[in-house]
Design a protein around this ligand. Structure first.
Ligand code: DNO
Length: 408
């Protein structure tokens, strides 16, 4: 039995982690995007092909040499805000999205990851949370987040989204923050994390939130369904496996609904147009923040639509805060998750599906060793990801080999 396809997120030519580094880390697939193209515009074929060439061919040596990498997943083709909020101009952006999918298909990139998070992409309050051993992790602190919302942004009506106890905790938290800490908190939340949305000032941010005023959860869901009804048939024709990424964190933020947070949400999405091309990204770290998300059950029940896996673990507390644990620690039972994904792959082989090898990447490593002294993309420093990836592939091999062993 084969394992998953090992991929690695590369932020493009400016990423401090090079393609050679990635190859040496043992990955064979690249996950990347044309980050320079403004959200909502069509990705030209020439630009996709050019990026593909850079990924596949090392032109620094003569003659150019194949690196042993392929462009496995586009993460992400971002969805324009007008589509998420259901603005009248959405059809134009949906047509552009369809065109980008066709182009990706023409260029032979098989999978497209995207998300439907309003205004903000993934969100953390602390990018340098120090663990006991001196390494650093990403963290979401619920009281700090509420302190930002209530007392820094001062979002009108924010109190009604928190319990009195949460407001009290946030007030205490706010009182304890130094001016520097406040600035860092604001920066972390709205200035844009790698691969996420552009950065905002406080005023711009509030303005973006205002645009969603009156958009209910029901409407958001319908906006997503409207989008899917338009793009899934195009993805099918183009041979593109869609993989919606869950909300991170999987709860509404700033009073704006989020509709990709639970198994129910994923079931709804997969049901809008039942096709293996309309699938999801199993991000164990995002979904795993909710204790009511049964990760293994999700793979069992919705595995045929699992088009991409982000493997990482989080450790939550009762206050709704969490930090990113080492890949084999924390709340995610990685052994059972990987075993279940391997079972899904086996089912696909039996069904004769050509996509039996699911692309996975180790997601969000800790900042460790030499990387502590370097400028890195938060969560994406080479050595921490390498540690995560190495642990995951070792676990995977252990599962595959021991299964054969016990059958003897
Ligand atoms: C963070 C990532 C997200 C993810 C997008 C997918 O590290 O998981 O930026 O790429 O939300 O669209």
């Amino acid at each position: 039995m084969n394992g998953m396809e090992q991929t690695w997120r590369w932020y493009g030519p400016d990423d401090p982690v090079t393609l050679t580094d990635i190859r040496q880390a043992g990955a064979t697939g690249i996950v990347t995007a044309l980050h320079e193209i403004p959200i909502g515009e069509v990705w030209p074929v020439a630009a996709i092909l050019e990026r593909k060439r850079i990924i596949e061919l090392d032109a620094a040596v003569t003659p150019p040499r194949r690196r042993g990498l392929r462009w496995s997943v586009i993460e992400s083709v971002p969805v324009h805000e007008d589509i998420k909020m259901g603005a009248p101009s959405r059809d134009r952006y949906i047509a552009n999205y369809q065109q980008t999918l066709r182009h990706a298909g023409q260029c032979g990139v098989p999978t497209v990851c995207y998300n439907f998070m309003p205004v903000l992409d993934w969100t953390r309050t602390d990018l340098e949370f120090e663990l006991e051993d001196g390494s650093r992790a990403l963290r979401f602190d619920a009281p700090e987040f509420a302190a930002f919302d209530l007392f820094i942004l001062q979002r009108p009506g924010a109190e009604k989204d928190y319990t009195p106890a949460e407001v009290k905790a946030a007030r205490e938290q706010f009182a304890a923050l130094t001016p520097e800490h406040k600035a860092v908190l604001q920066q972390n939340i709205i200035a844009g994390l790698p691969g996420g949305q552009q950065g905002y000032t406080l005023a711009e941010f509030q303005h973006r939130l205002d645009a969603y005023r009156g958009v209910t959860e029901e409407q958001m869901r319908e906006n997503l369904a409207y989008f899917l009804r338009a793009i899934v048939p195009v993805a099918e024709e183009a041979g593109i496996k869609l993989a919606i990424h869950p909300d991170d964190p999987p709860t509404p933020l700033f009073g704006v609904p989020r509709v990709v947070s639970t198994e129910e949400d994923l079931r709804f999405i997969c049901g809008v147009h039942d096709s293996i091309y309309n699938g999801f990204t199993l991000c164990t770290g995002s979904l795993g923040v909710r204790a009511d998300n049964d990760l293994v059950g999700i793979i069992k029940r919705l595995g045929s639509k699992l088009n991409f896996a982000h493997l990482r673990s989080t450790q939550r507390d009762e206050a709704g805060s969490f930090f990113e644990a080492a890949h084999l620690e924390g709340d995610v039972d990685m052994f059972r998750v990987i075993r279940e994904i391997l079972k899904e792959q086996r089912k696909r082989v039996a069904l004769g599906r050509s996509d039996a090898v699911i692309p996975m990447r180790a997601d969000h490593g800790h900042t460790i060793l030499d990387d502590l002294h370097k400028k890195t993309n938060p969560g994406y420093s080479a050595i921490g990801l390498l540690r995560g990836m190495a642990e995951l592939r070792g676990l995977e091999m252990g599962i595959i080999r021991s299964e054969a062993f016990f059958k003897q």
